[in-house]
Design a protein around this ligand. Structure first.
Ligand code: SF4
Ligand code: SF4
Length: 152
């Protein structure tokens, strides 16, 4: 990783550096449930009503915290709450001192690669706005939809 800021701790990144770390997958905007017995987090195919599924990004990023009460503000939550992020999330990987995935645009140089590989919400998410219920579309694992990472 040749980025000059790569070795800076997450909480030392500037706003521009922070935003640049996002891979644009949109997976963090899928509605989730936690098994209160095990602490396991399960994703669903149903996305937050503000998510622009085709663009795989928030439809009102500037006001997201005011609009959606349980939107995760990654700069403010505890590191232990990063378990609510998909394992491939660049922020989670960075927090765990893991390398970014090969499809991340900072690695491959192509912001469309993640979509071409069907690793973004664009290819499978359903909007909460359309009335889909999370209970009907829970996933055992994100790999059910995304495929194994080793395949990419
Ligand atoms: S899961 Fe992480 S990398 Fe993907 S869109 Fe959300 S914040 Fe960005
Ligand atoms: S408010 Fe925006 S950033 Fe937050 S979960 Fe919804 S779509 Fe994602």
């Amino acid at each position: 990783m040749n980025l000059p800021w790569w070795h800076k701790p997450l909480d030392k990144l500037s706003s521009t550096e922070w935003e640049a770390l996002c891979d644009g997958c949109g997976l963090c905007c899928l509605n989730k449930m936690e098994d209160i017995d095990t602490g396991e987090v399960y994703f669903s195919r149903v996305a937050c009503r503000l998510l622009d599924i085709n663009a795989a990004c928030c439809g009102n990023y500037a006001q997201r915290a005011d609009k959606i009460a349980d939107c995760l503000n990654l700069r403010e939550i505890n590191r232990e709450d990063f378990r609510w992020l998909p394992p491939s999330c660049a922020y989670r990987l960075r927090a765990e001192n893991q390398p970014l995935r090969p499809w991340h645009y900072l690695i491959c140089g192509d912001k469309n690669r993640i979509h071409q590989l069907c690793r973004s919400v664009r290819h499978f998410a359903l909007s909460e706005r359309e009335g889909y219920a999370i209970d009907d579309f829970l996933l055992f694992s994100l790999e059910e939809i995304l495929g194994e990472e080793e395949d990419k």
